[in-house]
Design a protein around this ligand. Structure first.
Ligand SMILES: C[S@@+](CC[C@H](N)C(=O)[O-])C[C@H]1O[C@@H](n2cnc3c(N)ncnc32)[C@H](O)[C@@H]1O
Length: 212
């Protein structure tokens, strides 16, 4: 599926999120509090657009994704790209100072196993930031947003994306995803401590932070 959306993935995101994706990526970088020289895993990095934003910190950031189509679509980007599955990462234990996954954890077939695997490759004391779609907190806004997600978004995707059916999956996977509080519990039960979250755009997106 991701190979099928790769060609127009970045522009489709920007259109469907009304340009909000850029600020979500900046806030993800800020939440990681990266320092120059640190080693950072950007997992499910897709075309590497999230990795390029992280690399602005001066840290060494590697994009990793199991869709070779997505990695290929981002091949001109100035960051290292490695093919790898979140369920069996091609890295040694305690390789990274920090790890992050943006709009990817929801797609990992067993996301709790993915969280445990990220913990394995992160140093003790290392940081995790999960940037993922979530549940808007204000009831009336949540109702409007769900209408947008289930009706308008697939229609817009038909005009913009190279694989519109993938955006029907996107809407359904967001609706089925755990709330902020439940995801915090799942992260804490998967090898991480000090779990906290912050809502962005009223809870359309949540940033969960944790420590290995
Ligand atoms: C919605 S894209 C997000 C890409 C990028 N992080 C961004 O913010 O634009 C989700 C990505 O998760 C990747 N993905 C899903 N399951 C994966 C897995 N088990 N291992 C590695 N990547 C995976 C897909 O290939 C896809 O590129």
């Amino acid at each position: 599926m991701f190979d099928g959306v790769a060609r127009r993935y970045d522009i489709t995101n920007t259109v469907l999120s009304f340009g909000q994706d850029r600020s979500w990526r900046k806030l993800t970088r800020a939440a990681l509090n990266l320092k120059p020289g640190e080693k950072v895993l950007d997992l499910a990095a897709g075309t590497g657009v999230s990795t390029v934003e992280l690399a602005r910190s001066g840290a060494w950031c590697v994009a990793t994704d199991f869709s070779k189509g997505m990695l290929h679509a981002g091949s001109g980007r100035p960051v290292p790209m490695v093919a790898g599955d979140a369920m069996a990462l091609p890295y040694a234990d305690a390789s990274f100072d920090a790890a992050t996954i943006s709009f990817g954890l929801r797609n990992v077939s067993d996301f709790r196993a993915g969280l445990r695997e990220i913990a394995r490759v992160t140093k003790p004391g290392g940081r995790l930031v999960v940037c993922e779609f979530s549940t808007p907190v204000f009831g009336p806004f949540r109702t409007v947003y769900m209408e947008y997600l289930m009706k308008a978004l697939p229609a817009v995707a038909r005009a913009v994306s190279s694989n519109p059916d993938a955006y029907v999956y996107l809407a359904e996977s967001i609706r089925a995803w755990p709330t902020q509080r439940q995801l915090a519990v799942d992260i804490a039960e998967s090898g991480w401590s000090n779990v906290q979250w912050r809502n962005l755009t009223g809870g359309v997106v949540a940033l969960h932070r944790a420590v290995r």
